[in-house]
Design a protein around this ligand. Sequence first.
Ligand code: FAD
Length: 355
Amino acid sequence: MIDFLIIGGGIAGLSAGARLSAHGNVTVLEAEDALGYHTSGRSAALFERGYGPPSVVTLNEASASFLDTNGYLSPRGLMLVGGKDQHDVFQKDMAELGVQQISLADAQSRVPILNLETVGYTAISYSAFDIDTDRMLQDFARTIRRNGGSVLTRQQVNAVSKAGHWIIEASQTFEAHNLVNAAGAWVDEVAQMAGITPVGLTPCRRSIARIPAPGGLDLRDWPLMLGAGESWYAKPDAGKLLVSPCEADPTTPHDAYADDMVLAEGLARYEAMVTEPVTRVETNWAGLRSFVADGTLVLGPDPADPSFIWSAAQGGYGFQTAPAASQLVTDLATGATPQLDAASVERLKPDRLRQ
Ligand SMILES: Cc1cc2nc3c(=O)[nH]c(=O)nc-3n(C[C@H](O)[C@H](O)[C@H](O)COP(=O)(O)OP(=O)(O)OC[C@H]3O[C@@H](n4cnc5c(N)ncnc54)[C@H](O)[C@@H]3O)c2cc1C
């Protein structure tokens, strides 16, 4: 009998699985051929300590040392960029992100393509880092296997029932004491299969275009540029620039792809703030950032059946929160005292959605 059967081979499932594998026998079931095929393979791979609502920032802060100690972070920096007509939204973002305003000349010395005819305000954060997301996924999977667990792909879970313990039907039948729902955009579908009340998840599409290095410049030391009001961002990536329109378009769980018009509008917002035109989009993709109503994660046992454990609603923060989120799932699932403060734990537990 499996102690913890986890549905979903993205960052939510693998990180929880790695932690739980120290406490019992773990099996992860992933529907696709490859781990991280859906949202976890499509992220911008950024850690920014101040990004997200308060309980997400708590998780970011609690995750930082694990990410750093294990060598997953490398310096990037984040530059907030406001247009001349964006004073108020720029000020609001500056306060929320806790970033420091810098002169336009200083900003242009860091990113030479900034257009000072349109850019009015700039600020810098030094608490933004690139995350080695591929290595995180592989390392967590390796930990599960090393602890005697299994990580299985091509295992689409089609039915879940309970007869004292959980019975999970995929390519074969699995039996487990505990079921961990880490199915990303599909968590409410999994809950329904298991007879558990859904949490009201909304998958929201966000897309990215990869463009050649503007002006053929060396981008290695540029910070991520974030348009005020989260209206676009541009991040150096292996000699190219990733540009996102930062859309959050509600949709249904599916294999997401970018909308050409949304991409074009986002690229235009980026282009308005720089001197180099976008000549070509080399490739593009989209992923689903999934949220519940209060915009924060859903972690821990379901109040109606504690053997059904949520690791859900990672939104746009799944990698930067994974070390602390998976620790909390494990603490709550094993009855340990959570390492996070009690108020944050209450804001993250599924119980809050059932009152
Ligand atoms: C464009 C974009 C940029 C982002 N940038 C960042 C960033 O910079 N930093 C950051 O921290 N986060 C970022 N994110 C968010 C981050 O990628 C997500 O929060 C995270 O990947 C969600 O992980 P997950 O494991 O919950 O979902 P997923 O990776 O989607 O994994 C869920 C898995 O469950 C499987 N599954 C579903 N149903 C079943 C079933 N019935 N049977 C078996 N398997 C099933 C799916 O196949 C899927 O592989 C970004 C997201 C996007 C889209």
